[in-house]
Ligand binder design. Sequence first.
Ligand code: KG4
Ligand code: ZN
Length: 390
Amino acid sequence: MSNGGLILGIESSCDETAAAIVRGGRELVSSVVASQIATHSPYGGVVPELASREHLRNVLPVTRAALARAGLSYAELDAIAVTSGPGLAGALLTGLSFAKALAWALGKPLIAVNHIEGHIHAVLLEQRQKSADAMEFPVLALVVSGGHTHLFLAWQQGELWRYENVGHTRDDAAGEAFDKVAKLLGLGYPGGPIIDRLAKHGDPRAVSFTFAQLKHQARHEPKRSGIIREGEHQPERRRFDFSYSGIKTAVLRYVELNGMFEQIAERRRALLKFEKPTTEDLLRHCDRRTLDLISSFQAAMAGDLTRRTLAACEEFGVRTLLVSGGVAANSALRASLEAKAPQSGVAVHFPSLAMSTDNAAMIAAAGYSKWMAGEFAGLELTAEANLQLR
Ligand code: KG4
Ligand code: ZN
């Protein structure tokens, strides 16, 4: 007997160990996230081996906590959904092995979820809670995080969601650019939230940045139905790719030209003594030029993501835009898309801040449509570091 699609989600693809319970793809019952920021911050980035060990330590306690907060027992669950990729192989394997063991021991179905699909479902989960109105199609999803910058057209086929990639980064992900620029400026890890806080104190027009004009070659893409009959032409799709390694180099050049290295080294040393510096701690160690640079960098990133995403919306006649992933928490990106998308007739939806970054509620929510469709994984399921979404 089912409990209305009561799904336990497990997420361990990068540096958060998370467990959550979602009922029916819409009711968030409980969500627990153990962050590893303190473990990785001395290294200025995620150390894969340390991440796997931390997941191993945390996966059982976070799962127990998610069940305890929900007041539920393992026996009441309808299925276990787990992130099978993309992500760090060792990190993924920890959560995956745990979920497989749990599913086998409990005799419950196991559901494999793509982490990127999870981010898209973070927005869908919260939208279902806010409004009963049906979403207008076509839907475009911008997934923008530390590891990904992707544009997907998304549609429903029966219970299941299907996706077609119409743009991705050709080099660094947007969140990676935030993290690398913050590291370069001696600001700590992860860089996105720190830059977001400091950017409000600088002039976003002080430094101008330009982005590569990427040639959006029309490529042969599979039809939405995925079925191409013999002799039939595949439709050509315009691509909307991104590139964020150039802006990092431009920031480095600005730092060199303006002789800022000594001051950066001093800032790095001074901030080492804080486990979690407040905005005031950070501001005390940043001069006007640094704040203007940070603010201009953030404005340039938000502007480029907005321009390319809205160009794709126009090309595909998109009515609904879903923005998710860690960088969806960025205040400048939210403000810019919220101001500009409605001008193009596009309704834009963001997840709450807690649901923007990695969590397991999004994995449980994404698992629901697969549970409804009976799309279960076997115990031979394994982690795929480069798993594609389609
Ligand atoms: O989705 P997420 O938790 O993990 C990945 O799947 O990558 O995203 C983490 C990324 C990091 O690069 C972090 O710096 C960035 O999201 N991030 C932000 C903000 N909050 C998190 N970037 C810009 N502004 C923010 N407020
Ligand atoms: Zn993520």
